[in-house]
Design a protein around this ligand. Structure first.
Ligand SMILES: C[S@@+](CC[C@H](N)C(=O)[O-])C[C@H]1O[C@@H](n2cnc3c(N)ncnc32)[C@H](O)[C@@H]1O
Length: 219
């Protein structure tokens, strides 16, 4: 399981676009006027902190790594958001919250880490209120064949190069590359969301489809 370099990995795999896409999540979230939001696999709380800027919204960030959460807690304190954002240790696949509790759930670069994807998404569905929304941001494989070939070539040369320059953990990058290419994305991921009960799935590809934002509802 990758833990220590996740923020750095985000930076590499998204060509440093992840901040912009997290702002896209905030724009979508704001329009939904949530009052109780859950950011799953919150890591160091980037998305939870953004959601904390929504008026009258209480945000919980949950992650299995206490180490990531501790970094997140420092960021929250620095931004003086302790009243609206709290972080809790927990497993996305066994959430410790009541059914129909949150009106918004976000998961940024987290679903690929789930051991059992359907179980994890099913837990999100369970704790989400009817009419609540789930927003997922995840790396994906471009659908266009030519762009996919270029993307594959680029990531297989660029990412190992960046790893050899900056990272102590080469395993993490190989894991990331393999899991990014194997993980269901686009329509396949949308079908999995539907199979656990979500509806009205919107697929918003980012940067030629190298990452995707999915927005869906519990009806
Ligand atoms: C790539 S980081 C993403 C962090 C953050 N959401 C972001 O976008 O910057 C993935 C996070 O998923 C967490 N994670 C992995 N499996 C998890 C699970 N089953 N339940 C909760 N968190 C999990 C890891 O600890 C890590 O912090």
């Amino acid at each position: 399981m990758i833990k220590f370099e996740d923020d750095f990995l985000n930076w590499i795999i998204t060509f440093n676009n992840h901040k912009r896409w997290k702002n896209n999540i905030l724009s979508i979230a704001k329009k939904l006027n949530p009052t109780k939001a859950l950011d799953i696999a919150t890591g160091t709380a980037d998305i939870a902190i953004k959601l904390g800027s929504i008026p009258n919204c209480q945000v919980v960030g949950v992650d299995i790594s206490e180490q990531m959460l501790n970094i997140g807690r420092k960021k929250i304190k620095k931004k003086n958001l302790q009243k609206s954002v709290s972080l809790q240790n927990g497993d996305a696949e066994n959430l410790n919250y009541n059914d129909n509790f949150f009106d918004l759930i976000t998961i940024g670069f987290g679903v690929r880490n789930f051991q059992d994807l359907e179980k994890g998404l099913g837990e999100s569905f369970r704790v989400l209120k009817p009419n609540g929304a789930l927003i997922v941001l995840e790396t994906s494989v471009p659908e266009n064949k030519i762009i996919r070939l270029l993307y594959s070539f680029f990531t297989r040369t660029y990412i190992p190069l960046m790893a050899s320059i900056f990272s102590k953990d080469k395993y993490a990058y190989n894991y990331l590359l393999n899991s990014a290419e194997l993980f269901p994305s686009g329509k396949k991921f949308s079908n999995i969301l539907k199979s656990v009960g979500f509806a009205d799935v919107l697929i918003k590809p980012k940067l030629f489809g190298s990452s995707t934002i999915y927005v869906c509802k519990k009806k």
